[in-house]
Design a protein around this ligand. Structure first.
Ligand SMILES: [Zn+2]
Length: 552
């Protein structure tokens, strides 16, 4: 295919061409510093990737560490993949070694997957300097290893390490290494920009040359890193040049600056270029799966992430709000529903009646004119005091519900107390006691009083634990809700400890995430406001609760 052709037509003249999606979140993604996932987490992530419907899930490097070894052992019996193929990753045999005595290759065979991906050197400099061997031996290491694995009935993807750098210096050797892999039965040639230094025009030219050389002898795959900020762009141009597999990670996780972000490149390939990527009907799972994986790796999603971020389709209040509603397609580059995201109207004190009405519609509230005016008044007053509702969707929703006369009836607080003691050894201990009244349910409409005390690593943690313990007796669904972030900002630094404190709390139930806010000159009070809003919102949106409890 000529690199000038943007992509196949979808109008029926030609069949829709497929680009395979190869996910390496469990290998490359887990290289990101600060990320530590358990085997259990890896199994849950693999399930999510299968739900999304990627073609391949690279599980890790069997034998390299006990965690990956356990992952493949448990995956064989516990993981039920309906759509995706699990891949084990490894490397070619050692220099001057024998394939049948090579531990890495044996581990790959024993991993029990139907496909394997092996990395080999395709830059002459690395063969002579890092391996300290001849180019002939470098080429033989690749050919022998592919032949050995293919001989065991495995599908073999060959990952050509530092391919673009190698090709720029010695294209003849780089192509010879790929030839060795293809001749011995590799199904895919993975062109890897290992140090992430390439730019799109280089990638496009080199992939075109590789494609022209091999034609349909093997699938050309592209594996890019984001060191120049071009990982996604490099993958896109590689596909234009004939690559038919894209490798990357969910949310762009990966060492240094990250890998090609699948949550960006998948919609680019599908919605903009017309390729078939995920199975029919799965693209709309992209946003929920992206958020779920962010949760599993304990790495908050960038709100500005293209397509899947919470700000990706957020419109700030202004003159054009009513225009957006009339013609959404004039303001949004794609329909956010296609990737499971949604249009969001951002509300602040600047908001006019139209914006508030839209927000109410978005939440599912039927507000009359008096309630809308009340919200506008409340917003002006509270934002003047230091609240910032743009950033706190959960507190905004509660404020809007209250303006319509709603009051939360999940629990009523009698009192809350928090004590911090300095210990003789210089450490600190914090303890909170919360007294609440909670309705007893249909059988027992009388509210019951619960008193709970909890220790925490700080006051907010202790209050959170105590409030949940008290309220959670009646609402076990609270067990799914947990706090993911706690931010404090001092609004008027000039008055030092007398300053106003703004607290923002992020929480999630594993399916949706929300932010609540509290403002006070007392940091405990500000935290308490944000915390109780967070829990009320969580209860309000626990499965099925919204329809029963929401009032217009
Ligand atoms: Zn990589």
């Amino acid at each position: 295919m000529s690199p000038d052709v943007a992509g196949p037509h979808r109008d029926g003249e030609r069949a829709v061409e497929e680009v395979e999606i190869f996910d390496t979140t469990l290998r490359d993604g887990c290289q990101l510093e600060g990320i530590s996932v358990t085997v259990e987490d890896k199994l849950r992530i693999a399930e999510q990737l299968d739900v999304l419907g990627v073609h391949y899930i690279e599980g890790g490097w069997p034998g390299a560490n006990p965690k990956d070894e356990e992952f493949f052992r448990r995956a064989a019996s516990e993981l039920r993949l309906n759509t995706s193929t699990l891949v084990a990753f490894g490397s070619t045999r050692r220099a001057k070694g024998r394939v049948d005595e090579d531990l890495t290759l044996r581990n790959l065979v024993e991993a029990g997957t139907s496909a394997v991906c092996i990395v080999g050197k395709s830059w002459d400099y690395h063969v002579t300097e890092a391996l300290g061997t001849t180019l002939e031996e470098g080429e033989a290491m690749v050919g022998d290893s592919v032949a050995f694995l293919a001989g065991h009935g495995l599908r073999v993807l060959f990952d050509a390490e530092h391919f673009f750098d190698g090709y720029k210096r010695n294209p003849e050797f780089s192509l010879r290494v790929l030839e060795a892999a293809v001749e011995q039965g590799a199904s895919h040639l993975v062109l890897c920009d290992t140090n992430g230094g390439s730019l799109p025009f280089e990638v496009e030219a080199i992939v075109s040359a590789v494609k022209a050389h091999f034609r349909d002898d093997a699938v050309v795959a592209i594996h890019t890193h984001d060191d120049t900020g071009c990982a996604v762009a490099n993958a896109v141009v590689a596909v234009r040049a004939g690559a038919r597999q894209v490798q990357g990670t969910m949310n762009g996780l990966g060492e240094r600056t990250g890998n090609c972000n699948l949550t960006t490149v998948i919609p680019n390939l599908t919605l903009k270029m017309g390729y078939a990527t995920l199975p029919e009907g799965r693209l709309e799972r992209l946003t929920p799966v992206s958020h779920h994986i962010a949760e599993l790796v304990n790495r908050p999603l960038n709100p500005q992430a293209p397509y899947v971020g919470s700000s990706a389709f957020a419109h700030k209040a202004g003159l054009h709000v009513s225009a957006i509603v009339k013609r959404k397609d004039a303001y949004e580059h794609v329909d956010p529903e296609q990737i499971g995201n949604g249009t969001r109207f951002v509300v602040s004190e600047m908001a006019g009646r139209a914006t508030i009405k839209l927000k109410a519609e978005e939440i599912g509230l039927d507000m009359d004119g008096a309630a809308v005016n009340q919200v506008i008044d409340d917003l002006k007053r509270l934002e003047h005091e230091g609240y910032h509702f743009e950033a706190a969707d959960a507190s905004l929703e509660l404020l809007m519900r209250r303006a319509g006369g709603w009051e939360q009836d999940f629990f009523r607080v009698e009192s809350m107390r928090v004590i911090t003691d300095e210990l003789p050894n210089g450490g600190f201990t914090t303890e909170a006691t919360v007294k609440v009244w909670v309705p007893g349910g249909d059988a027992n409409p009388e509210a019951e009083r619960y008193v709970r005390t909890a220790e925490g690593n700080g006051p907010v943690n202790a209050i959170d634990q105590a409030l949940r313990a008290a309220v959670g007796v009646r609402y076990p669904e609270l067990g799914r809700v947990h706090l993911t972030d706690y931010k404090v900002r001092i609004l008027d630094g000039a008055t030092a400890t007398g300053a106003i404190t703004r607290v923002l709390i992020d929480a999630t139930d594993g399916q949706r995430s929300w932010t609540s806010i509290g403002v006070s000159s007392n940091i405990i009070e500000a935290s308490w406001q944000a915390l109780s809003d967070s829990i009320v919102y969580g209860l309000l949106h626990a499965d099925g609760a919204t329809s029963e409890r929401a009032t217009g």
